[in-house]
Design a protein around this ligand. Sequence first.
Ligand code: HGY
Ligand code: MN
Ligand code: MN
Length: 413
Amino acid sequence: MPRYSINETRINQTMQELGELGDSPEGMLRVAYSPEDIAGRDYAIKMMQEAGLETHIDTAGNIIGRRPGSDDSLPAIAMGSHTDTVPKGGKYDGALGVMAAIEVIRTLEEQGHNTRHPLEVIDFTNEEGTRFHRWLVGSRSMSGLLEQEDLDAVDDDGLSLGPCLADIGGDISRIEEAVRKPGELAAYFELHIEQGPYLDRSGTPIGVVTGITGRAVFEVEIEGKANHAGTTPMSTRRDALVSASKLVLAIQKMAAEQEICRVSTVGSIKAVPNAVNVIPGSASIGLEFRDTDMEALASAEQELQRITDQAVIDDAVDIDVIRHRFTTSVPITPDMQAMVAEAAENCGFEWESLPSGAGHDAQAVANIAPVAMIFVPSLDGISHSKEEYSTPQACANGAQVLLELLLLADDRF
Ligand code: HGY
Ligand code: MN
Ligand code: MN
């Protein structure tokens, strides 16, 4: 039996209320640093304060709510995730981890339970990386993993990170102040929806995450020759979009048929001047590879270079491959996995172990603290879409296990 029970109605109410902020008929629009994101952040701060947390925003824009422990000399145990979403995303990705962490604090308050460790609830900013093609910005800032390229990044519409950070209470000129050293946090726990089909298919209520995937993000820019669509013979064309389209299929084959890495995705494509009667003079595709094995990502990068070199010859185009970002895969230690499993069992839940195909803030925080992740099922495995859904019971189950995990860690660390 769990020591305390979270309030199932309340956690689902806060999920509902947060889900209304930035909602649209096409899905959630809380893209990092946008007015919609700021509305979601303001709500998270309000809920943290109502739970009695002392809140502040660090120079990287992360929202941190803190509850003192009976022994404040101990490092804090942190829980959290992110409230920013992909464009037209879902209501549960990230949001559940932040709202459940607040629900845990509220339950401890109601029970008058003082933990030994100070506790923190963290809403990390720009986890998705929709802005600037750089993800985990808040958690990498806190974990000392930010690079100069992150600070220099300019968005598709020419905006740089500095003013965006200022809009959410951060300060790029002092961003290094957000860095926390190993030892400052005793542990970090993240509850998250699985975003894949496995728990939903097996009917298992709780996932014990064994590791978090690595990821390699690229942009490929193709230069051909713009020309008249009506008068230019097919044999003389240097069509950048045709070359890009062949690359899209070749990149899909790398995972689907050659099995070079676990998944490969081309998520964006642009043609210039994007007019039906002009042969596209230039085109670009945004793509990513994922695998828990970093060797596989290195092989994928080599194959990408090979197929683009071949395209230069075959299609008489010029090609530039831009390497945006490599994120290292992170294993969750066996003892942290065992503690999640024990928490699930104490709550009376079946559990199963599985890796995360999605990236998470926990993989950055792992650089400075022991981490553990809890998954709950995503209906039909859908995520990053307005169809994303986890049942109220799944959300409550996850929050319950998060509370139990926190109490186990507070006793043992
Ligand atoms: O893209 C991801 O894996 C995560 O949802 N940000
Ligand atoms: Mn997420
Ligand atoms: Mn996501």
